[in-house]
Design a protein. Structure first.
Length: 465
């Protein structure tokens, strides 16, 4: 309706203006034509001396009548006093006619004027051969024919306009149906989604490729994403419960077996308490890792980017972990050929690299080798952690960054892994706008390559905050 009103009103104003202008133009043309006719008649009267030669009266009458019939207008001839001496209608002969046009013509001014009663009056002076003013010719004609013609056209145009409006209203109605129908459907689906029915999808089939189908697709992608998040959340919660339940059950079994015995030797107490203590340590480790991850996810901990000497950072990591390597008789190698400085949060980044090196040692058998290389180009810093360990099967490679994911559950309980270390490393690297890649071959070894930009460029959202 809005479009129709916006389109129709100016069109109506425009046509009305055009018709008014046309009307005015034709009336002006008619005035000019009548003036020239009146002048011709006036000249003819002078030449024929009709006003003073009574013998030509009949011819005068005939001339006036004939000219009036041919021109389709009324002719009135007046003498210099304003008395009608001839009238093509023969109704006012002998009467004095002093309408404004006649007065002006007798005053030597030719005039053509339109009156309210849709009549045009044109009056001109009659002069004799010595230019004396001897009378006036007044011709009058109705302009109703002009009005009628224009009115007819106006009516047709208005009918046409209404036709166009009705047709466009129908077309627009259907077009808006085509546009709003899928939007309505989408709205319904989104409402259902917000009520928790995340399995709802907008049907995109049948829609041609346009903004609406794009919107529907984006809506479906968002729903996929939401469903994914929801299922990850559920898996995460069940994993956390499971992980915490295992040490808790051990503690329960251990404490109950002491409680249920009457006479417990001291050594047994000590041994059971040691086991309980190690289970508590394990729970603490899991909870600490979880807290770190949750904080990384929520971006709760402020990220403290500063230009850091990465060679020193990695050297420190290697130094701290080397006792672990020595205990397993593993050769821990650190290679850095050039200076590497990058803008990182050193605490978080140290943890990320430590996790990789510790894993290398954890999953490499005695006598193996773990190496850490640090390198850079003009944009990025690279960290490569390679080991000669047990490796990871190809089908497992995609999952190892998932929370609580462990390739071999039994083995990891022995090595004490929580299954969260790589998730923490992954989140940290992403936070630094970097990437992490892994390649591995079972029983040969694993290589992790981390890339991070040397300079931290804040994301748009960070800037806004
Ligand atoms: P965890 O605390 O169990 O080590 P991570 O998240 O650090 O947890 O690692 C996830 C899993 O990926 C590990 O349980 C292990 O099976 C596998 N993994 C990680 N690093 C290596 C490696 N260097 N060599 C072989 N397997 C590895």
């Amino acid at each position: 309706m809005t479009y129709i009103i916006i389109g129709f009103v100016p069109l109506l104003v425009f046509t009305t203006t055009v018709f008014k202008t046309m009307n005015k133009y034709y009336v002006e043309e008619r005035k000019k034509e009548m003036l020239s006719q009146a002048n011709v008649i006036s000249g003819h009267i002078t030449v024929m001396n009709y006003l003073f030669d009574d013998s030509k009266k009949e011819l005068f009458d005939y001339d006036i009548k004939e000219t009036s019939r041919q021109g389709g207008y009324r002719i009135v001839v007046l003498d210099s006093m304003g008395t009608v001496v001839n009238d093509s209608n023969k109704t006012i002969i002998g009467k004095t006619l002093l309408i404004p046009e006649v007065v002006e013509a007798l005053d030597n001014k030719d005039i053509a004027r339109e009156q309210d009663n849709e009549t045009v009056y044109a009056a001109v002076t009659i002069v004799d051969s010595r230019s004396n003013q001897i009378g006036a010719v007044l011709i009058s004609d109705s302009t109703s024919d002009i009005f009628e013609t224009i009115d007819n056209i106006r009516k047709q145009v208005i009918i046409l306009l209404f036709g166009v409006v009705i047709i466009s209203a129908i077309v627009m109605f259907f077009i808006s149906q085509i546009i709003t129908e899928p939007l309505k459907k989408m709205l319904e689906v989104i409402k259902k989604m917000s009520e928790g029915h995340l399995d709802q999808r907008v049907t995109v089939s049948g829609m041609s490729h346009n903004e609406i189908s794009d919107l529907a697709e984006a809506c479906n992608n968002m729903a996929d994403e939401l469903e994914q998040v929801e299922s990850t959340r559920q898996t995460f919660v069940s994993n956390v419960s499971h992980e915490l339940k295992t040490p808790l059950s051990s503690i329960k079994v251990l404490s109950e077996s002491i409680l249920l015995q009457d006479e417990v030797p001291k050594e047994m107490y000590v041994e059971f308490l040691k086991d309980i203590n190690s289970e508590v340590d394990r729970m603490t480790e899991i909870i600490n890792d979880l807290l770190t991850l949750v904080k990384l996810d929520q971006r709760e901990i402020p990220i403290d980017y500063e230009m850091t000497d990465m060679v020193k950072l990695c050297g420190d990591v290697v130094k701290r972990i080397s006792p672990l390597a020595s205990a397993k008789n593993i050769k821990l190698e650190f290679i850095a050929d050039k200076e590497v400085f990058a803008e990182v949060d050193s605490t978080k980044f140290t943890l990320a690299i430590s996790n990789l090196v510790e894993n290398g040692i954890k999953y490499t058998d005695e006598g193996g080798k773990v190496s850490l290389y640090v390198d850079c180009d003009h944009q990025n810093a690279f960290f490569k952690v390679t080991d000669t360990g047990i490796g990871i099967a190809e089908e497992e490679l995609g999952k190892i960054f998932n929370r609580f994911y462990r390739v071999d559950k039994t083995r990891d309980r022995e090595t004490g892994g929580t299954g969260l270390g790589l998730s923490i490393t992954h989140s940290t690297v992403l936070m630094h706008n970097g990437s992490i890649k892994v390649t591995s071959k079972e029983n040969e070894g694993t290589t992790f390559v981390v890339r991070i930009p040397l300079r931290h460029t804040p994301k748009v959202s960070e800037n806004v905050q």
